[in-house]
Unconditional design. Structure first.
Length: 1013
């Protein structure tokens, strides 16, 4: 629906609120104050009645052409044979009549979460060798542990008793260790086992430039070119190279050209005859929090947050126009780059008289550069007064404006050359008129800070940014990097006048010391990213000090900063579970009419193969699937997929040919129109990184094709003739935008923060595999920026200050637009959809992006057993996503869920595997001691006893110790012994009081003692 929402203006009573929608203002009458005698105000005869200022709230979900389908295939189903679950269900109907060539079993068939009637069956060629009783190979080698003496002193001890392990452990066992006895019976032996798991030293990238070229070569020859893209490149001039299709200014060359560009803190748009002023100039809008409209309150989520909040469209506070502009006015876009574009207004096509608006993200003023036109400064909110004040600088004329909504604006006029006083005249409450034939600059800014704000604007007026540049470097061994935003500027007294730019919260948090001194106290609210801070300076430098340089392909534990190593028992469990997924038809699952779903499937199998090959140390078990995976990937490299890729010479990018063939712009989520390229291609890039890591010989023949995808979605340079710089990732906003060539009144948006992070992780790992240090470093920097920006704007903890307080209990924004946040998805409103799309895919970098505090708040508010939507009741693959995400805060519960038998594989989404989820959960046990069955076997002798000291120390508190004891019962396995075995936990003196609360006895250790620290 469209909701017309009116601002409260002085002397006017607002319309009554519509039901179910919160009013943006109170229904109160306010008298118009008297005017100053020295201030211009509209003549009585031409002053319009100040009735209301209309603003349009587009509360409907702008879906462009996206299909309402879930983000993973839902038709993949499975057959159960006794305890072996996971064979693909046959395509033929599941009837009591058994088809030929099937294998019989005495157990029932489990299909789509329900027991099926009739005889279970599966095609014979789907039955893999894992059903047979045979070994999968020799056990892996184990880490060697050194020996030393028992620590001196008289520690306190607690006896624990380990029962024989069950068939399926509730917790994943930790890393095994081979014990080398250093003495005979009667002598104590010591095992030193650190909970900090070793990790290969990161490659040296001392001050590595993160923006080196990937490859400037031509497109692979088997990708044909087309020059007939369905969206014509109209309204664009003076931009011969590639166009950034997903940037903030796209509304100016799409559709009606009336959608806004959000430069933060301002929004600008083409008025095109709308509003009270009926102007054809460029409007300037800045929305305060009291003007927001809010959706209905949730009756399910604790705290009853509103479903959405939205900034009104159409409140034309100020407009820069000219008296010559009218119905014949044309608007074109020129010099469209990553951070900037010029908007050009002409009275008619071919006119040499123009107003050029250089739009740059974060700009302190909206600047119009006039050539031979009569300025018309207008407002649809109505001018209350215009005041001419002292000039701040020679040749610059200053005016103060008060609008009828009580906001204060400044106008600075800088005539070209030796131009004289423009003598602006307030003609009516919608028009301020300037001199005819004017050439020069007019700058407009909102002043929320009184005289202090005026001083800031006075100091910086006369200059304006024309474009921006980003640079950066990383020092890997310090896990630190910097990136710098710098601006080119133009105007009057350029060398002596600093720029005024507005920084977003995530910028300010990471400013270096020098940039921090540029901050002022002036703040202006942005539409969806909190308050922007005015900064005076020509460049900013941001520092990220926790780069994820140690994240690899395996599960990552941010507590230790290391990649986890799985225990022998966990590896064995993976070997037991994996065959059912390794035996799936990789070719068929990846040969789809969607780049998105095909890429997800390829990455799913790549992560599965990696888990078995590398984490479970069983290359032979994964060999067949690995071969099938490479063959499936080759289909895309050879461009033989259902809809081959084409190179679009209009906008310059690699797109699906699907829309060219079908005429459906929504096919594959709008890929042909540049929607979601970082999602779609990120899965291919990550799959390629895994394949190339496991088989380096594969890289050479496939590198050019994969690099083409990287260049399309995330190019590193701006002088590539084939692709624009950084199509998706916005280095100013700190995250990507998914919307491509679709007009949108709420402008660009992104639905999945986790898939955005997946792309950054993918190029990091692909860069590492192909030894492109710049790409690897850029991926690390992007992940760090994403972590910061998402935890400011998208993943909302209870202390979030950037989103409205009545919205943050949603925990995620849902779809984040530039103009609104809507707690929903394009494919449904189930809570698990909305939260889960910000979880998937669960990959090693997920633990870096999704902070434990946030995950805990979200889980206990929404998915715990006593929460609003218990995960245990969620259906389908979304349940698996929720429990995989749970591993970030409760790996034990996550492991328990995926380890139970029988397991219904319909709970695993089509882009993941149970095998990987088990490894992901197992890798999260960061502080538990790494000891297990081989220790006990190696110790031998009567009454073997372990003394365990945690290093680093376990968190303090009774709850931590209780969890630790429970974990030990699950983690330490003694399969060779039928009776319970005593275990002794060595305590520091400080721990004794806490442990005493458990009512467990404290005893002297027995003769045979082994200390593991």
């Amino acid at each position: 629906m469209l909701l017309m929402a009116m601002q409260c203006l002085p002397g006017v009573r607002a319309f009554r609120c519509l039901s179910g929608v919160n009013c943006p203002c109170d229904n109160v009458d306010v008298d118009i104050p008297s005017f100053s005698l020295v201030t211009q105000f509209p003549p009585t005869g031409v002053r319009l009645q100040a009735t209301r200022t209309p603003g349009v709230y587009h509360t409907e979900l702008e879906k462009d052409v996206r299909d309402s389908i879930q983000p993973f295939p839902t038709g993949i189903s499975y057959v159960v044979f006794e305890d072996h679950i996971g064979l693909p269900h046959p395509e033929y109907p599941h009837l009591d009549i058994v088809p030929s060539k099937v294998l019989y079993s005495n157990s029932a068939c489990y299909y789509k979460g329900n027991w099926c009637p009739g005889l279970p069956h599966a095609e014979e060629n789907r039955i893999s060798s894992w059903l047979l009783d045979q070994s999968t190979g020799a056990p892996p080698k184990f880490a060697t542990v050194t020996s030393s003496k028992v620590r001196s002193g008289s520690p306190y001890h607690i006896p624990l008793y380990l029962a024989a392990p069950s068939a399926t452990s509730r917790s994943p066992p930790r890393e095994t260790a081979t014990v080398h006895p250093s003495g005979t019976a009667g002598h104590s032996q010591t095992l030193e086992i650190s909970t900090n798991i070793p990790h290969p030293t990161p490659s040296s990238m001392s001050h590595q430039d993160i923006f080196e070229p990937i490859d400037k070569g031509p497109i692979p020859s088997n990708i044909n070119s087309r020059s007939d893209h369905p969206v014509r490149k109209d309204h664009i001039s003076d931009t011969p190279g590639p166009i950034s299709t997903n940037k903030f200014y796209a509304n100016f060359f799409l559709g009606t050209q009336t959608g806004y560009a959000f430069v933060h803190p301002y929004a600008v748009g083409w008025a095109k005859g709308t509003g009270n002023a009926r102007s054809y100039g460029v409007l300037i809008s800045h929305i305060e929090s009291h003007q927001l409209a809010f959706g209905p309150k949730s009756q399910v989520i604790p705290g009853n947050p509103v479903q959405f909040y939205i900034n009104p469209i159409g409140i034309q506070s100020m407009i820069l126009s000219a008296s010559e502009l009218g119905t014949s006015t044309v608007l074109t876009v020129s010099k469209a780059k990553a951070f900037s574009a010029n908007i050009i207004l002409r009275p008619h096509r071919g006119s040499n008289s123009t107003i050029i608006f250089p739009l740059v993200q974060g700009m302190g003023y909206v600047t119009g550069i006039y050539t031979g036109l009569q300025p018309a400064i207008q407002s649809s909110v109505f001018f209350r007064k215009l005041e001419s004040v002292a000039s701040p600088k020679p040749g610059i004329y200053k005016y103060k404006v008060t609008l009828e909504d009580n906001t204060h604006w400044l106008i600075y006029v800088t005539p070209s050359g030796n131009g004289g006083n423009p003598n602006l005249v307030l003609v009516s409450n919608t028009l301020i008129s300037g001199p005819t034939g004017y050439s020069g600059i007019i700058q407009v800014a909102k002043n929320p800070s009184g005289l202090a704000g005026e001083a800031i604007y006075d100091r910086t007026t006369g200059v304006y940014p024309t474009e921006a540049h980003v640079s950066g470097s990383v020092v890997a061994h310090q896990a630190m990097g910097t990136y710098k935003l710098s601006w080119q500027k133009a105007g009057k007294n350029v060398n002596s006048t600093p720029l005024l730019m507005f920084a977003l919260p995530h910028h300010v948090q990471s400013f270096d010391t020098h940039t921090n001194h540029m901050k002022t106290d002036m703040l202006l609210r942005t539409t969806t990213k909190g308050n922007a801070t005015a900064c005076v300076g020509n460049s900013w430098t941001m520092v990220e000090e926790n780069l994820p340089v140690n994240i690899g392909f395996g599960p990552f534990d941010p507590n230790t900063g290391r990649e986890a190593t799985l225990s022998n028992a966990t590896r064995q469990r993976i070997r037991e579970v994996a065959p059912s997924e390794l035996s799936q038809d990789i070719s068929r699952q990846t040969n789809l009419n969607s780049m998105y779903f095909s890429g997800k499937a390829l990455n799913k199998f790549a992560m599965l193969v990696y888990t078995v090959y590398e984490l479970a140390k069983d290359a032979s078990l994964s060999e067949s699937a690995f071969s099938s995976l490479k063959s499936a990937f080759a289909r895309f490299v050879d461009n033989r997929q259902f809809f081959p890729l084409v190179y679009d010479t209009v906008w310059k990018g690699v797109v699906s040919s699907g829309t060219y063939v079908t005429g459906d712009p929504g096919l594959d989520f709008g890929n042909t129109f540049y929607n979601d390229h970082h999602f779609h291609y990120g899965y291919f890039i990550l799959a390629a990184a895994i394949i190339g890591y496991l088989d380096p010989s594969w890289v050479g023949a496939n590198k050019a094709w994969v690099n083409t995808l990287v260049r399309d979605a995330g190019n590193s340079v701006s002088n590539d003739d084939y692709f624009p710089f950084s199509r998706a990732f916005d280095w100013f906003n700190g995250h990507s935008w998914a919307k491509g060539l679709f007009e949108s009144f709420d402008s660009k948006d992104e639905e999945s923060s986790s898939e955005d992070a997946m792309f950054a992780y993918a190029i990091k790992m692909w860069g590492k595999v192909i030894r492109d240090r710049s790409m690897e470093a850029r991926g690390n920097m992007m992940l760090a920026i994403l972590s910061r920006s998402f935890n400011n704007y998208v993943l909302m903890k209870s202390d979030n200050v950037n989103q409205p307080s009545n919205f943050i209990a949603n925990k995620v924004t849902g779809i984040l637009f530039e103009n609104k946040a809507d707690h929903t998805t394009y494919f449904g409103t189930n809570l698990e959809y909305i939260q889960g799309i910000h979880m998937l895919p669960l990959i090693p970098s997920s633990t870096y992006i999704r902070e434990k505090e946030f995950v805990s708040e979200e889980w206990y508010a929404m998915f715990a057993e006593n929460a609003s939507t218990p995960a245990s009741g969620v259906q389908g693959g979304w349940q698996g996503i929720l429990y995989a995400n749970l591993a970030i805060i409760d790996p034990n519960a996550s492991w328990t869920f995926f380890n139970k038998e029988p397991f219904d594989l319909s709970k695993i989404d089509g882009g993941a595997t149970r095998t990987w989820y088990l490894a992901f959960a197992a890798g999260r046990f960061g502080w538990w001691p790494q000891v297990n069955d081989l220790m006990a076997t190696a110790l031998g002798g009567a009454d073997p006893v372990l003394i365990i000291t945690l290093n680093p120390p376990m968190p303090r508190g009774f709850g931590s110790y209780f969890c630790f004891f429970t974990a030990l019962l699950d983690v330490l396995h003694f399969p060779s012994q039928s009776s319970v075995t005593p275990l002794w936990l060595e305590l520091s003196h400080q721990d004794r009081g806490i442990i005493a609360a458990t009512s467990m006895s404290i005893k002297t250790p027995p003769r045979h003692v082994i200390s593991a620290s």
